[in-house]
Every structure is written in structure tokens, then in C-alpha cells.
Design a binder for this molecule. Structure first.
Ligand SMILES: NC(=O)c1ccc[n+]([C@@H]2O[C@H](COP(=O)([O-])OP(=O)(O)OC[C@H]3O[C@@H](n4cnc5c(N)ncnc54)[C@H](OP(=O)(O)O)[C@@H]3O)[C@@H](O)[C@H]2O)c1
Length: 294
């Protein structure tokens, strides 16, 4: 497992798929010395040609640098891989950038801590082509001193990266939150398409009009940002009662056209829970506090 014949490098990268290759090549481009390892050798060849040191095993990659980025399929595969390499971990830092669930993140962090390694776990909120750009964000959890030690590497990969907490599972919750936010829009378009189809509105007409809704999204974001972080739900530009009435109107159109209405029904039910709880004059976003109490 040693690193005989190898020189020490600044950072190692394990996993050279689309994302891991982008991480390794960006670090090389920005002047870091990099050791790489991939389960199948072919994906490592372009990086070796670009100046990376090629490790003969994952354990050797870890031994070759003080910190190793792992970017394979998910935390489960990282755990499986590192469970066979525990002797290599003491004194090292593992920066796990594979996407994964909260329970697996906690399990991975425990494995690393038990074996004397420090860790950061991050999500990459970008495609491989955005790695290395100023606006790219990796959201990372781990002990603050580990973040400080490796912040330069992380912000080389994504210039707007943030340290967001210390608990391993937090990053999965943040991913779930951001993904759900985006999917709210995606499923909104899907149900919008259903009602247009039932009403005989050509779907290209609907698709053409969607950018009008996209233009409204910044004001929705502002409504959220003005209310939820500070817990200030008074005097909103549109109240819970106003939203409930508008959502009821939309729901009745779904029903009148015989369209499947699960999503608008859910929206209406949620707004009415707020009204029934006495929040009719508050911002719709007060639901974050009301529903969170369940
Ligand atoms: N691509 C994106 O846009 C993107 C964006 C954000 C986050 N991510 C995350 O980045 C991670 C990697 O994604 P990717 O797009 O690079 O995937 P990918 O192109 O499919 O590459 C997967 C990599 O994982 C390796 N691998 C899989 N199972 C393994 C195992 N059991 N042991 C060792 N290596 C294993 C593969 O090795 P082989 O070559 O030997 O198969 C390959 O290098 C994922 O967690 C993904 O969610 C990706």
C-alpha cells in the first residue's frame, strides 16, 4: 500500500469520471501537484499526460498527498473503498465530493474519524464544465480548522464555495432542500402542461409563456429571503389568504377540465393549513415554521 517510488504531491484525486477528471485537471491547471487514481486505468491517462502523478492503487494515492479528494458514484462506494484502506488514513484528510445521503455521510465521517483521518464532505452544485470558475459553488461541511486548511483547494474548484456547518449529514439536507426547490418548478411545469393539454391549449404556446413565469421567480425568492431567515412574516405583499384563494382558483380549473390535480391540491391544502392555523394575514412562507412543527 505504500507510495514507494512516488513523490509527495499537494493533493490526490480518486475517481476520474466526468467530475473527478474536471477536478483533477483544474487543480493541475491552477498549479497544484496532483496524484490521481481511477479504478479503470484508461480514464487516468489524459491526466497523466497533463502532468498528474498516477498512483498504482487507491491506498497509494492517499499516501501520496496530505489530502485526497474522492469523487466516485456516491458515499456508499467511498465507504466500501476506504474500508479496505484504513491503514492509509491516519493523519490524512479526505475531501468527499461524491453526492450521497445523510446516513451514509455520517457513516463515512465516523469511519474516517475512527481511523485518524480528518474530513470534509461537500456537494458540487455545478456541471464539470463549471469547475474552476469564480461563480461555482461547492457547499462543504466539516470542522472549521479542516475547512481553513483546505479552503484554497475547494475555492480553486469553485470560487464561491462555502463552509456551511460541521455535521456530516447537513450537506445531504442542503442538497435535498435545493433539489426540492428546483423540482418544485419542474413539477409545476409538468402539471401546467397537463392542464393545458386537457384544455386544448397547444403545448408550444404554454412552453413559450413559461419564461414569463421565470421572470417572476426573483420576486418569489425575495419574498422568501425577506421573511424566512428573519422569521418576519408580517405585512407581506401577498398574504396566506390571498395565496389560498388563488390556489383554489387554479385547483378548480384543474378539476373543471378533468385534469389530474395532485400537485395543485397539495398546494391548496398546505395554504389552507396556514389559514386554519390563524396565519391568514401572514406571508405564505410562514408555512416553513408551521409545517416544521409536525
Ligand atoms: N457530472 C456532474 O455533472 C456532477 C455534478 C455534481 C456532482 N457530481 C457527483 O460527482 C460524483 C461523480 O460523478 P461523475 O459525473 O464523475 O460520474 P461518472 O462519470 O459516472 O464517474 C464515476 C466514477 O466513479 C468510479 N467508481 C464507481 N464505482 C466505484 C467503486 N466502487 N470504486 C472505485 N471507483 C468507482 C468510476 O470508476 P470507473 O471509471 O472505473 O468506472 C468513475 O471514475 C457523483 O457522486 C456525482 O453525483 C457530478
Amino acid at each position: 500500500m505504500g507510495n514507494q517510488g512516488k513523490v509527495m504531491t499537494d493533493i490526490s484525486v480518486i475517481g476520474l469520471g466526468a467530475m473527478g477528471s474536471a477536478l483533477a485537471s483544474t487543480l493541475l491547471d491552477k498549479g497544484f501537484s496532483v496524484t490521481v487514481w481511477n479504478r479503470s486505468l484508461d480514464k487516468a491517462k489524459p491526466l497523466r499526460a497533463a502532468g498528474a502523478q498516477l498512483a498504482e492503487s487507491a491506498g497509494s494515492a492517499i499516501a501520496s498527498s496530505p489530502a485526497t479528494i474522492t469523487c466516485i458514484t456516491s458515499h456508499e462506494q467511498t465507504i466500501e473503498l476506504l474500508q479496505g484502506l484504513t491503514a492509509a488514513l491516519a493523519g490524512k484528510t479526505i475531501i468527499e465530493l461524491s453526492t450521497g445521503g445523510a446516513a451514509e455521510a455520517e457513516q463515512l465521517a465516523a469511519l474516517l474519524t475512527q481511523n485518524g483521518a480528518s474530513w470534509l464532505i461537500g456537494i458540487i452544485n455545478a456541471y464539470p464544465t463549471a469547475i474552476g470558475k469564480d461563480e461555482t459553488v461547492l457547499t462543504v461541511v466539516g470542522e472549521p480548522e479542516v475547512w481553513q486548511n483546505w479552503q484554497r483547494v475547494i475555492t480553486t474548484l469553485g470560487g464561491s464555495s462555502r463552509h456551511v456547518g460541521t455535521e456530516a449529514g447537513m450537506v445531504a439536507a442542503l442538497f435535498a432542500a435545493l433539489f426540492t426547490t428546483r423540482q418544485g418548478f419542474m413539477f409545476g411545469m409538468i402539471y401546467g402542461g397537463l392542464v393545458c393539454k386537457q384544455a386544448g391549449i397547444p403545448l408550444d404556446v404554454f412552453a413559450e409563456q413559461i419564461p414569463v413565469s421565470l421572470g417572476v421567480l426573483p420576486s418569489y425568492y425575495q419574498y422568501f429571503a425577506d421573511t424566512v431567515p428573519g422569521g418576519n412574516f408580517d405585512n407581506p405583499p401577498a398574504t396566506m389568504a390571498t395565496y389560498a384563494a388563488a390556489l383554489d382558483d387554479a385547483l378548480s380549473t384543474f378539476k373543471a377540465t378533468g385534469t389530474a390535480a395532485e400537485l395543485p391540491q397539495l398546494f391548496s391544502d398546505l395554504a389552507h393549513q396556514g389559514v386554519d392555523a390563524g396565519l391568514e394575514d401572514k406571508a405564505l412562507t410562514a408555512l416553513v415554521e408551521l409545517l416544521g412543527k409536525k
